[in-house]
Ligand binder design. Structure first.
Ligand code: XMP
Length: 510
C-alpha cells in the first residue's frame, strides 16, 4: 500500500496553478490539485499535511469572486495562500485588501522586514515575481507582516501558531529567485518527511491501475511519442499482456515516422502493437475543414472511432489508456481556466465516449514524464524524442489539409529537422518543425517566375511547453535549411523563421 504525505493545491483558476504542485513534488512531497469547490470535509478525508491556495484571475471584490470556506483555515492543517490565495486569507480573517494605485506585474525586489518562518532563506532585496492589482494593506488579527514590495504593502504575512501563511508574490515561477526556499519553509512547517519520488508515481499508479482494471483487457493509444510510450509502459507494468497498444497511421505523420514507431515498439518491445491504416478515413473527413478547432475536434473524434473499431478485435476492451499531460488538460480549458486550444486527447474527445479513460500522467509535465520513463527503463531514443502533437501535420498546414500539401510539408519538415540534428542542436531544442501556410508568394528561379508557398520554420526551447522561446539558430544553419528546402522541395520558393515566444504565440500554429 502506498502511503505518502500529500499537500493539496486548491485551484483558483490560474493557468499556472499546477506549477505549484510540481514545485512541491520537486521537494519530494506528493502534491495534487483540487477544485476550488472542494469542501473542508472532503479535504480532511484526503488527509493532507498542508494546503496551498493558488493564485487566480479574479479580484476578491469581483461579484463572482470565490469566497473561501472559513473552516479550511480552522482545521489545524497549515495553509499557504499565494497571490489571490494570500488576499483571500487576509479578507476572510478580518484583514484589509485594497485596490492599489498601480498594478504590479513581473519582476520586482522584496523588502524583508521580518524573515519569520517562510523567508529565512530569502535575502532582503532579492527578486520576486508579481502579478496583481489588489494588495493586502492590513494583516488580520494575530498575523504579522513579514515583507513588502513597491506595489504590495504586505507581500508576505504569517501566523505560525495557527499555521497560516500568505505571500503576494509567486514562489512557483523561476523568476522568483528564492521561491523554492519559501515552499521548503512551508513544507517544513507542515512536518513534511520528503517521502515521495518518481518511483512513488510508478508504484501508486501501478497499484491504482491494477485495482481499477481487474481482469479486463485494455487498449492504449500509442503515438510513438514519449507521453503515450511512458503511459503504455506504466500500464504494462501493472497488467502485462492484457495491454494492447494501437498505433493509428492517420496520414498526418512525418516522413518515415510509421516505420520508426514500428521499429521502436514492434517485435523487440514487450507490448503488443496493432498498427491501423486509417489514412483514407482521416483525409476524407478533413477535406475542406480549415478552422483550427474544427480540425482538432474532428481528429479527436476520429481517433476514438478508430479505437472503438479496433477494440472489438481485442475482446471489447472497455478501458483506453492515453498519455495525456497536464498542459493538454489546462490548455483545453477547465471549469476555471480559459480554453487556449482543444488538445485532441482532452477537448477533442466526442461526447459519446464509451471508453473509460486511464490517464496516469494527467497531473505531470513533460520533463517529469521523461523522468518516469527513465525510471521505467525506456530507451533514451524514446524518452528524449521531441514532442509531436496528436493531430500531426494537420495543425501545421494552415487551411485545407490535402495529400499534395502533406507531401510538400513532409519533405520540407524532414530537411529542417535533419539540418538541426546535424548541427547538434537537438538537445537545446524542445521542438522544431515546419509550417505550411495557405498563401503563395512570387519568386524567381532559373530566370523564370515562380508562384509557390513559403515555408515557416519554427524551433522553440521550453521547460514544460507552458511557456517557450524561439531558438537563436545560427544564420549559417538557417541559410542551409533555406537553400535545401527551396532546391529540394517542389512547391516552396521562400523560407521564413518564426521569432515568436509563447506567450503571446503558442508553439503550434493552430
Ligand atoms: P501549444 O501549441 O499549445 O503546444 O503551445 C504545447 C505542446 O503541446 C503539443 N500539442 C499537442 N499534443 N495533442 C498532443 O498530443 C494535441 O492536440 C496538441 N496540441 C499541441 C505541441 O506540439 C507542444 O509540444
Amino acid at each position: 500500500m502506498t502511503d505518502f504525505q500529500t499537500v493539496l493545491v486548491v485551484d483558483f483558476g490560474a493557468q499556472y496553478s499546477q506549477l505549484i504542485a510540481r514545485r512541491v513534488r520537486e521537494l519530494d512531497v506528493h502534491s495534487e490539485i483540487v477544485p476550488r469547490s472542494i469542501s473542508s470535509e472532503e479535504m480532511v478525508a484526503m488527509d493532507p499535511i498542508g494546503i496551498i491556495l493558488s493564485g487566480g484571475p479574479a479580484s476578491v471584490y469581483a461579484e463572482d469572486a470565490y469566497q473561501l470556506d472559513p473552516d479550511i483555515l480552522e482545521m489545524g492543517i497549515p495553509v499557504l495562500g499565494i497571490c489571490y490565495g494570500h488576499q483571500v486569507i487576509a479578507q476572510t480573517l478580518g484583514g484589509q485588501v485594497s485596490r492599489t494605485e498601480r498594478a504590479e506585474y513581473g519582476r520586482t525586489s522584496i523588502d524583508v522586514q521580518d524573515s519569520g518562518s517562510l523567508l529565512g532563506d530569502v535575502p532582503d532585496g532579492s527578486q520576486v515575481w508579481m502579478s496583481h492589482r489588489d494588495s493586502v494593506t492590513e494583516v488580520p488579527p494575530g498575523f504579522r507582516a513579514n515583507a513588502s514590495t513597491n506595489g504590495a504593502v504586505v507581500a508576505a504575512m504569517e501566523d505560525p501558531d495557527r499555521g497560516l501563511f500568505g505571500v503576494q508574490f509567486h514562489p512557483e515561477v523561476v523568476h522568483t529567485l528564492h521561491g523554492q526556499d519559501v515552499l521548503r519553509g512551508f513544507l517544513q512547517h507542515c512536518g513534511a518527511r520528503g517521502d515521495w519520488n518518481r518511483a512513488s508515481i510508478i508504484e501508486s499508479q501501478v497499484e491504482r491501475i491494477t485495482e481499477v482494471v481487474g481482469d479486463d483487457t485494455v487498449i492504449c493509444a500509442l503515438s510513438g511519442g514519449v507521453d503515450s510510450a511512458v503511459a503504455a509502459a506504466l500500464v504494462h507494468r501493472a497488467i502485462g499482456d492484457r495491454l494492447v497498444c494501437i498505433f493509428v497511421d492517420h496520414g498526418l505523420l512525418r516522413k518515415g515516422e510509421v516505420e520508426e514507431v514500428q521499429r521502436a515498439f514492434g517485435d523487440a518491445s514487450p507490448v503488443r502493437l496493432i498498427t491501423v491504416d486509417a489514412r483514407e478515413r482521416f483525409l476524407d473527413r478533413l477535406a475542406g475543414i480549415v478552422d483550427p478547432e474544427e480540425k482538432r475536434k474532428t481528429i479527436g473524434e476520429l481517433f476514438i472511432r478508430v479505437f472503438e473499431d479496433t477494440a472489438t478485435q481485442v475482446g471489447d476492451a472497455r478501458y483506453l489508456v492515453q498519455g495525456t499531460l497536464y498542459p493538454d488538460v489546462i490548455e483545453s480549458g477547465t471549469d476555471s481556466a480559459a480554453t487556449i486550444k482543444s488538445h485532441h486527447n482532452v477537448g477533442g474527445l466526442p461526447d459519446d465516449l464509451n471508453f473509460e479513460l486511464i490517464e496516469p500522467l494527467r497531473d505531470l509535465f513533460k520533463d517529469e514524464v521523461r523522468e518516469v520513463g527513465r525510471e521505467l527503463g525506456l530507451p533514451d531514443a524514446i524518452v528524449n524524442r521531441h514532442p509531436f502533437p496528436g493531430p500531426g501535420l494537420a495543425v501545421r498546414i494552415i487551411g485545407d489539409v490535402t495529400e499534395e500539401r502533406l507531401e510538400i510539408l513532409r519533405d520540407a519538415d524532414s530537411i529542417v529537422r535533419d539540418e538541426l540534428t546535424k548541427a547538434g542542436l537537438d538537445e537545446e531544442i524542445w521542438q522544431a518543425f515546419a509550417v505550411l501556410p495557405a498563401i503563395r508568394t512570387v519568386g524567381v528561379q532559373g530566370d523564370g517566375r515562380t508562384y509557390a508557398h513559403p515555408l515557416i520554420v519554427r524551433a522553440v526551447s521550453s521547460e514544460d511547453a507552458m511557456t517557450a522561446d524561439w531558438v537563436r539558430i545560427p544564420y549559417e544553419i538557417l541559410d542551409r535549411i533555406s537553400n535545401r528546402v527551396i532546391n529540394e522541395v517542389d512547391g516552396i520558393n521562400r523560407v521564413a523563421y518564426d521569432v515568436t515566444s509563447k506567450p503571446p504565440g503558442t508553439i503550434e500554429w493552430e
